[in-house]
Ligand binder design. Structure first.
Ligand SMILES: [Zn+2]
Length: 246
């Protein structure tokens, strides 16, 4: 909105500049012409009329200059307003970032206080204590279920199942997704998160990477968990979950 207005003002300014430029050239030339008009004319009245026309042209030049000054003032005003808004937005962004850093530190502190997570074959249950379904391959609209659903309230911390590099991103029907490229060579997918915890990074098994939610195509809060051996097609994670989650 504001930017459109600035564009319009810029265009008006260019227009006024062109007009004042032309007028200034005419006025300059007419300095002589005005005097000559009076003296050269065989008829004094004609000469005076020409002089008046030139005066009128000059007064519209002053009007154009005044308009130009007004447009310049408006432009400056608009620019200042936009700069103020940008600063306010940056302040809000800074506050949000500071808040999320505090949250991330709190979660990390809580996990540390709880002690090291139970490691089985270098793996940690992604959602300790949660009930989970033996639903790999179950029919879903347009595809079969590629993982197991694990049930816990919204906000329950989800843990890195192995050491590896975690990244985050939109998983389509999976909603907010976390993806671990495991140091073991396998890929692990977490869907329907309500929040990402921390930036993309290398994590240790048991580190909190996200929180349970119901984003994407989910009827209630749960973690949809997938295992892709060596990044290939998903396999049934149920036997693994039985081993590491009990
Ligand atoms: Zn699922």
């Amino acid at each position: 909105m504001k930017l459109q207005k600035i564009d319009a003002l810029e265009a008006r300014r260019a227009e006024l500049r062109a007009i004042t430029g032309q007028r200034a050239a005419v006025a300059y030339k007419n300095q002589d012409a005005r005097v000559r008009a009076i003296f050269d004319s065989p008829n004094t009245n004609d000469g005076l009329r020409t002089a008046r026309l030139i005066d009128r042209a000059n007064s519209s030049l002053y009007q154009a200059l005044a308009d130009l000054a007004a447009v310049n003032a408006q432009l400056t005003d608009q620019r200042n307003q936009i700069e103020d808004q940008r600063k306010q937005q940056q302040d809000v962004l800074d506050q949000i970032n500071a808040g999320s850093n505090v949250l991330y530190e709190n979660v990390a502190a809580v996990m540390q206080a709880l002690g090291p997570p139970v490691l089985i074959d270098g793996m940690v249950c992604p959602l300790p204590g949660a009930a989970y379904a033996k639903d790999f391959g179950a029919p879903r609209s347009g595809h079969t279920h590629q993982g197991n659903d694990m049930f816990a309230p919204t906000g329950t911390p989800e843990l890195a199942v192995v050491n590896g590099n975690v990244t985050y991103g939109d998983g389509g029907g999976g909603g907010m997704g976390a993806y671990i490229a495991g140091d073991d060579g396998n890929r692990y997918v977490y869907y329907h998160l309500s929040a990402y915890v921390g930036p993309p990074r290398h994590v240790t098994a048991g580190e909190v990477i996200g929180k349970v939610g119901s984003t994407g195509d989910a009827s209630g809060p749960h973690l949809h968990f997938e295992i892709h051996p060596f990044g290939g097609p998903a396999i049934d994670p149920y036997p693994t979950l039985q081993r590491i989650c009990g």
